[in-house]
Ligand binder design. Structure first.
Ligand SMILES: O=P(O)(O)OC[C@H]1O[C@H](OP(=O)(O)OP(=O)(O)O)[C@H](O)[C@@H]1O
Ligand SMILES: Nc1ncnc2[nH]cnc12
Length: 177
């Protein structure tokens, strides 16, 4: 039997060509989520990745970032805030618009989500061009956060996303294209 530490989680990520647009190779984490053991292993590895940053708060990027951030906040015993697409959050918000690998989008957070200087780790499923994470970091800083890192399941290294970021970035799985 393969030991848990030796399990290659890439086996659980499905590639779908030409989604959501021609020319995009989509890395689908649905097949990882569906497998109870593989998902537990992924969460345990993410916890080991993020815990050394000692976050007060995880900032979850809508929508696939919610999937990793919520269980991880529970494991690490820290807070969770949502970075949402426009029109979803009540009260005063701060917004930032950014480019995606396949379009553009806006993220918002609640203006009072963070106490000044809180240590915040940004959580998303995947790093592609880095536009989403760069926007997230800018937003969190506007709100007074000390952004100490970003944590991903998947990184598409060929798109150079981490070069847009001035914070430490850790990903469980890397793909060159
Ligand atoms: O590094 P980037 O080029 O910015 O791309 C990465 C972002 O793209 C995807 O989100 P998407 O906007 O497709 O939304 P979803 O999570 O709601 O599916 C993914 O979940 C990341 O948030
Ligand atoms: N190639 C890709 N696969 C899955 N999610 C993405 N988000 C941005 N680019 C993506």
């Amino acid at each position: 039997m393969t030991k848990r530490e030796e399990i290659d989680l890439k086996r659980y990520i499905r590639n779908i060509p030409d989604f959501p647009k021609p020319g995009i190779l989509f890395y689908d984490i649905s097949t990882l989520l569906r497998d109870a053991d593989a998902w537990q292993i992924a969460m345990a590895r993410l916890a080991r990745q993020v815990a050394p940053w000692e976050p007060d708060m995880l900032a979850a990027v809508e929508s696939r970032g919610f999937l990793t951030a919520a269980p991880l906040a529970d494991r690490l015993g820290c807070g969770l805030l949502m970075m949402r697409k426009p029109g979803k959050l009540p009260g005063a918000t701060i917004a930032h618009t950014y480019d995606l690998e396949y379009g553009s989008d806006t993220l918002q957070i609640q203006a009072d989500a963070i106490k000044p200087g809180q240590r915040v780790v940004v959580m998303d499923d995947l790093l592609a061009t880095g536009g989403t994470l760069a926007a997230s970091v800018a937003l969190l800083r506007k709100a007074g956060a000390n952004v100490v890192g970003a944590s991903l399941l998947v990184e598409l290294t060929g798109l150079g996303g981490r070069d847009k970021l001035d914070i430490p970035v850790k990903s469980l799985l890397s793909y060159e294209d």
